[in-house]
Structures are given as C-alpha cells and as structure tokens.
Design a protein around this ligand. Structure first.
Ligand SMILES: Cc1ncc(COP(=O)(O)O)c(C=O)c1O
Length: 361
C-alpha cells in the first residue's frame, strides 16, 4: 500500500535530533516564547531573507494577526484567490474585513493577475495572495498592481516554504508573509505552529504584542490581542527541520520530476515554468473522471487526497457567498487529485503510481 502521507515516516530521519531537543527544552523549564523560539525566528527570517520573524500558534493566526496589524477600517476589502484553503478567507473575516474572491489562472492554480484589477474598489486595501500547492504566484504583475493601486501585499506561504519566483523566495515579497507549520507542511512541526515575516520594525513590534495579549510589558496591554504564541518545543523541532528543508524540497521536486516524465499527457499536470521554483507541497493531476480515478487507485493500494473537494464560496459556513459563481475554481475542485509526494516516498513508489495512473486511461 502506498500511503498519501505518513508523518512518522516523514519525520523518522530527524528522530534522534528531536529527542535531544526535547530533553533540552524539558530541562530548561521554559516552554513558551523563550530562547528556542528566538533562535528559530532568527534562522527562519534569514532563510527567507527578511529582517524579522515572529512565531505564532498556527498558520491561520499568522494570517489573522498580519491583517490585524494593518489596523484598517472595519469592512475594508481584501482580495483573495477563490480556490484557496478556507483558512485564508477565515483570517479576513476574523480580522473584521471583507473578502473579495478572485479566480485563479487555470494552469497555475494561483490568483490570476489579469482579473485582480477588476475586483479593486475604493474600499480595497490588501491583496492577500496564496502560493498554492507550493507554486509561487506570478509576482511581477502582482507587485506592479500593489504599487500602482497602493495596496498592502500579504503572502500566504502556508504551502510554499522555500519556493522561489525568479530566484527570490516566496515570503520575501509582501509587506507581511504568513507561514503554517502544520505537521504535513514542507516545514512542519509536531503540532500546530506558524510564523509571520516582515522587514518593517513597526509591524514586527505590533505583531509581537498582538500574539501575546497585546502586551509588550507583562500586564500592560496596548492592543486587543490574542493568545497565539509558539511553543519552545515546536520551535526546537522546527529549527532542526529547517536545516533539512532544502533537502526535503529537493526530494519532493525529484519525485515531481518522475511524475512529469512518466504520467500520460492526457492528464492535466501542474504548469512548469523556469520562473517558478515549485516545492510541491501538493502534486496534483486533473482529470474529468477524478472520482473514478481516485477509486481505481485506491483499489490498487494507492491513497490520494483532494485539495479541495468544495470551493470556499460553496461552503455552508459562507452561506452569503453560496449564490456566487467561480467557474474556474469549480472546475479545479471538480477535477483535481493530489498524488503522494512526501519525504518518505521512493522512486519505486512513483513508478508504481505512474504505471497505475496510465493504466486507468
Ligand atoms: C493555504 C493555507 N493557508 C493557511 C493555512 C492555515 O494553516 P494552519 O492549519 O496552520 O492554521 C493552511 C493550512 O492548512 C493553508 O493550506
């Protein structure tokens, strides 16, 4: 059987390092926002070529706190891709703003820069982009629009640790960039975690306060903050894994290459382009008979996932959006299938999957 993901197997190479780190943190007697968090924050800021990094409790919080830190008028509009994971849209609602959904490009699955301009109104303040599946967005036109229309840029890098657009890392473009360290992510911890990176000392200071009850000095509160802090133990694990992140990404890229070389071109494969250094958090194929294909592979012992089965505007939780139509997103959600592409998967696994994918046709 080929599992879609197995987090024990994916973390096994780092087990001994984790155990040592756990011992050290336990003996230190300090468990939240301490030396380990600071060390990791410094290393992660460096990795992304940013000046500052603040660890928080999750990717959703990283997005919410980023938006809160902008301190915009309530109801300000935030442009966001219509096919993103629900968390991106929730962060906009949690911070009191209005999401405005814009369709993705059907070949990259990332927000279509051509459609952004039409969605801008006098209330638009932020462009919140998502480097979905580990592929960077088309940054040149996005940066140009933000500059010309005076919009803040926030990057959702939950799926794109280490990905690059024209040699520049995702997370290094926006006023702020938010990361998730959910265990399945390319840089995942052994629980929940997240981080925000920025070059702005003012934003950084504010974010550090918002994550900790709006307080810099204990019991003195300057903002209506949250409790969203990173644990020492997770920071210690993340610091270990960060040293291996490029290797993890290279492994996923090598697996992707085997898919590109072996999968029948009748499937719609992810777009490849020399400008995009894609880290394949998810490797998807699209096919009109997606559900049948999923069942076929499952019967042959290959587990797959769907990212995502229901587009955000059709979710029950967003009933006011249910009547809207986003045909590109709907098409992606109807046809996409995510194939195994984890750190523990082998070349043999790929050949077996490719053989079965091609037999399905
Ligand atoms: C694109 C995207 N944004 C945000 C998040 C939220 O991250 P977390 O689950 O750590 O809150 C995720 C995580 O699944 C995600 O995929």
């Amino acid at each position: 059987m080929i599992e879609y993901e197995n987090l024990f197997k994916a973390n096994k190479p780092f087990l001994e390092e984790y155990k040592k780190a756990f011992d050290l943190v336990l003996k230190s007697g300090w468990f939240i926002l301490g030396d380990k968090v600071e060390e990791f924050e410094k290393n992660f800021a460096d990795y992304n070529n940013r000046k500052f990094c603040a660890g928080v409790a999750s990717g959703l919080d990283a997005l919410t706190i980023s938006l809160m830190a902008l301190d915009l008028p309530g109801g300000s509009e935030v442009i966001v891709p219509s096919n993103t994971y629900i968390a991106t849209i929730l962060s906009i609602l949690h911070s009191g703003y209005q999401p405005v959904l814009v369709e993705p490009d059907i070949s990259t699955y990332n927000i279509d820069p051509q459609r952004i301009e039409n969605a801008i109104t006098p209330e638009t303040r932020v462009l919140l982009i998502v480097h979905l599946y580990g592929k960077p967005c088309d940054m040149d036109p996005i940066l140009e629009i933000c500059k010309r229309r005076n919009l803040f840029l926030i990057e959702d890098c939950a799926q794109s640790h280490g990905a690059k657009y024209k040699e520049k890392k995702t997370g290094s473009f926006g006023d702020l960039a938010a990361f998730s360290f959910y265990p399945t992510k390319n840089l995942g911890c052994l629980g929940d975690g997240g981080a925000i990176v920025t070059d702005s000392p003012e934003m950084y200071k504010k974010i550090r306060m918002i994550r900790n009850y709006g307080s810099e000095k204990k019991y003195y509160n300057e903002y209506i903050g949250l409790n969203s802090r990173l644990d020492e133990i997770q920071a210690a694990f993340l610091d270990i894994k960060l040293k291996h992140l490029d290797k993890i990404n290279d492994h996923k890229r090598a697996l992707a290459k085997l898919y590109f070389n072996g999968v029948d071109p009748k499937y719609i494969l992810p777009a490849e382009h020399p400008d995009y250094f894609d880290v394949y958090h998810i490797f998807n194929v699209r096919h009109a008979r997606r559900d049948e294909l999923k069942k076929f592979l499952s019967e042959r012992g290959i587990k797959t996932e769907i990212h995502y089965p229901v587009p955000p505007h059709q979710q029950k939780a967003f009933s006011e959006m249910n009547s809207l139509k986003f045909p590109v997103s709907e098409e992606i959600h109807r046809t996409t299938l995510s194939l195994p592409v984890s750190y523990f998967h082998t070349e043999e696994d790929m050949h077996f999957i490719i053989k079965n994918l091609n037999e399905f046709l």
